[in-house]
Design a binder for this molecule. Structure first.
Ligand code: NI
Length: 213
């Protein structure tokens, strides 16, 4: 009786040990697989977390100075793409940006870098941008460059840009998506406004972001 009980106890102990061993092996195996996954590089094209909009650029401002995105770090960025020959949409976008900026207290507005990047560098030279931007808020930085530099910027912002056919006089329109992008102080995309955005909404968003330090 007592021997049988001892044997039974011993068998149970062995089963328990075997069970624990299986659990341990499975746990180590799973942990290894998980760690490998965590350490593995992201497959190309996979976007995680925030939308990957925006990126580095090197362009020329309306005074002829070379400018990179780096010089706007530490400030929020408002980025609008368009061109000076745009009949109605771009003037409206820049007007909205102007009103949004002017509704901010001047000191607060120093924390915002408003930027207009042309999608028409062939016609929008720095001098053309300078004359055009006189119509809007004087803090807006107008950026142009070579076609390659501008294309790199529009691609980074995932902008749709399509040049229309030239008419008999050589004039053409450029179809482009109409967004005002908002980037944080590290140059990361926060949000964007569409064509019909009200300046008040833009001011409110900037105020909120400026308050968060
Ligand atoms: Ni336009």
């Amino acid at each position: 009786m007592s021997t049988a009980r001892t044997v039974a106890r011993s068998v149970r102990a062995r089963l328990l040990m075997a069970g624990l061993l299986v659990v341990a092996v499975v746990t180590v195996g799973l942990a290894t697989v998980l760690l490998r996954r965590l350490n593995a590089p992201e497959p190309a094209g996979v976007v995680q977390g925030q939308a990957q909009v925006g990126g580095p650029f090197t362009l020329t401002d309306q005074t002829g100075r070379r400018v990179t995105d780096q010089e706007f770090r530490g400030r929020l960025m408002l980025v609008y793409f368009g061109y000076t020959g745009c009949p109605d949409v771009c003037p409206l976008g820049l007007q909205t940006m102007t009103e949004a900026l002017q509704a901010l207290p001047a000191a607060a507005a120093t924390g915002v870098a408003p930027v207009f990047i042309t999608v028409d560098p062939a016609r929008d030279t720095p001098a053309v941008l300078k004359a055009y931007l006189e119509l809007f808020d004087q803090r807006i930085v107008g950026l142009s460059g070579t076609q390659e530099e501008v294309t790199a910027a529009t691609r980074a912002y995932r902008l749709y840009v399509r040049k229309g056919d030239a008419d008999a006089t050589g004039a053409y329109l450029i179809d482009h998506s109409v967004f005002t992008y908002v980037l944080d102080r590290e140059g990361r995309y926060v949000t964007h406004f569409g064509q019909s955005a009200a300046p008040e909404a833009m001011t409110a968003k900037l105020t909120e972001l400026l308050a968060a330090s």
